[in-house]
Ligand binder design. Structure first.
Ligand code: NAD
Length: 476
């Protein structure tokens, strides 16, 4: 299937471009579509249209903006079968998971629409009235990665639009199709210019982060790129929200019921073929349960169905792109060269598609590449510990601080250990229960600012403090 049926959305209209880029099916390595490669002038047009639409959208009553988000939720839910199929095709994830991602995005819009944004009265006396209003930041440039191309976009779209901003969204060049399609679908729901979608190659992101017409960049991607975004935004003092990489640790205590938690831990590490910022990437297991849990995980690894996301019954798809596939093969080669024991997987089939088997590495040294680097794919080090303080220290010995989890039969102990993890999101006996009302902030080099929850919504606003000196007797 090769098609050029994908158009950008600029000022509410379908826009093509002179140049194009290819979208690749990660299961076959074949070109499945071509999409516009926006020129600099087209980005300028998108930014100008967002700027033009800003004052009217910001002045639209909050309740009307809430209602628009509700309508967007409805459009997403109604189109979940087709958007999900497209997402599965371009990203590689199983069809059911792709459709779930679209429904999650709809749910996000509906729930974010309910978050409070009314002015806060900080002083109200006979002499003085002081209120803090929340005004939009302006034109938001949203840049998203390829692992959850729909959900990660709506994590930005919903709060930004609710707060009265307008937006230019750039999907990853690896997964542009679904974003271009939902851009098309939303044309009917929003005034022209409020929401623009531009696709393009490697030049487009840096053009956005340096663009004088963009007031804020909301970025999700790697820490390395996040640094560049920050550097580039400095010239125009852009507001930034950065959701970056992680190397999340899970700590399994000796009292855990291995049979009860093994599958949850397995999916906590490998869901979405481990292309998950908050995936378990270092699994610290107490010596008392190490062998039993390692065996249970190996059994799951050996039985999981790997294949094209569009194939029925597939549980894990290919990794999304060639660069990522090569990186994982490099990490695996390093593990083999160092002589680490492999408990499951470890053999990459010589066939088309970026299929990487679930691979478990048995207790590699703390200094190994597989422990220190973020693989962002289905290869996981299992790490043995005997002393909990040692495990916490090892978990925290990372430049990242995105998430972490603790697994135990003792809730109080789990919570106490969880609080010691240097991470913005901590789970005890559960994982990946993110929600529109739960703030998610990368600590250390995992990010800057917050997404989700009231804190996340406020990142799309600027406080405007209005103080009134009351005239004596007025209103009496
Ligand atoms: P990436 O940083 O390579 O790319 C992310 C986006 O930035 C893409 O749209 C890309 O085109 C764009 N981009 C690339 N260079 C740019 C530049 N110089 N200026 C502006 N934009 C630029 O990341 P990726 O490989 O697509 O995604 C994987 C990474 O994202 C992992 O590190 C993962 O942990 C992280 N991630 C973080 C979160 C989170 O919420 N913290 C969520 C998902 C993924």
């Amino acid at each position: 299937m090769s098609t050029t049926a994908y158009t950008m959305t600029i000022d509410g209209k379908a826009v093509t471009s002179a140049a194009s880029i290819n979208a690749i099916d990660p299961a076959t390595e074949q070109v499945i579509a071509t999409v516009p490669d926006a020129s600099r002038e087209q980005l300028d047009q998108a930014v100008a249209s967002a700027r033009h639409a800003l004052s009217a959208w910001a002045a639209t009553p909050l309740n009307e903006r809430r209602a628009v988000l509700g309508r967007i939720a409805g459009i997403l839910a109604a189109n979940a079968p087709t958007l999900g199929a497209l997402l599965s095709l371009e990203q590689g994830k199983p069809l059911a998971k792709a459709q779930e991602e679209v429904f999650i995005s709809a749910h996000w819009c509906a729930e974010v629409a309910k978050l409070p944004l009314e002015p806060d009265t900080v002083t109200d006396t006979p002499e003085s009235l002081v209120q803090v209003h929340r005004v939009p930041v302006g034109v938001v440039g949203a840049i998203v990665p390829w692992n959850f191309p729909v959900a990660l976009a709506f994590f930005k779209i919903a709060p930004a639009l609710l707060a009265g901003n307008t937006m230019v969204l750039k999907p990853s060049p690896m997964t542009p199709l679904t974003a271009l399609k939902f851009g098309e679908l939303l044309r009917e729901a929003l005034p022209p210019g409020v929401f623009n979608v531009v696709s393009g190659g490697d030049a487009l992101g840096p053009w956005m982060t340096a663009h004088p017409g963009i007031d804020k960049i909301s970025f999700t991607g790697s820490t390395a790129t996040g640094r560049k975004v920050m550097e580039s935004g400095a010239a125009t003092l852009k507001r930034l929200t950065l959701e970056l990489g992680g190397n999340d640790a899970a700590i399994v205590l000796p009292d855990v019921d291995v049979d009860a938690v093994a599958a949850t831990i397995f999916w906590g590490a490998f869901a979405n073929s481990a292309q998950f910022c908050l995936a378990i990437k270092r699994l610290y297991i107490h010596d008392a349960v190490y062998d039993k849990l390692a065996q249970a995980l190996a059994k799951l690894a050996n039985s999981v169905k790997l294949g094209a996301g569009t194939e029925p019954g597939v549980e894990l798809g290919p990794v999304q792109n060639k660069a990522q596939f090569e990186r994982l093969k490099g990490l695996l080669a390093d593990c083999k060269a160092q002589g680490y024991k492999i408990l499951a997987g470890g053999e990459v089939a010589d066939k088309p598609g970026y299929f990487f088997p679930v691979t478990l590495i048995d207790n590699p040294p703390e200094t190994s590449r597989i422990v220190q680097e973020e693989p962002f794919g289905p290869i996981l080090p299992l790490l043995r510990f005997t002393d909990i303080d040692d495990a916490v220290a090892r978990a925290n010995a990372s430049p990242y601080g995105l998430g972490g989890s603790v697994w135990t039969a003792d809730e109080a102990k789990g919570l106490a250990i969880g609080r010691r993890l240097q991470a913005g999101t901590v789970w005890v006996n559960e994982i990946h229960t993110i929600a529109p009302n739960k703030p998610m902030a990368g600590h250390k080099q995992s990010g800057l600012g917050v997404e989700q929850g009231e804190d996340g919504l406020l990142e799309y606003t600027l406080p405007q403090t209005v103080s009134l000196k009351r005239t004596a007797g007025a209103g009496a």
